[in-house]
Design a protein. Sequence first.
Length: 106
Amino acid sequence: MARSGIAKGINKGHITEQRERAAKPSRTKGKLGKRTALCREIAREVAGLSPYERRILDMIKTGGSAADKRIYKFAKRRLGSHKRAVAKREDIKAINSKMRAKQAGA
């Protein structure tokens, strides 16, 4: 917003030049970097699923009418928050669909 040099009004104040501000590090917070993504992918490939993740996968496979809710409640108890539980549920569902696609293709 440009200043008018007048003491009253919406643009009151001395006429100054707006400086370009450097981006804060917090702007990149939460974005997954290439290196981190690669490391996590390799770790998942080598170590596989943890026991509670295998249990979630089993719940997905057995299915049922309220499977999503049961999986969510189980994951929330293990992980502690709503966001983490929902993300884990979607992650394991993606793994399951990949496995099914591999079996269908092979």
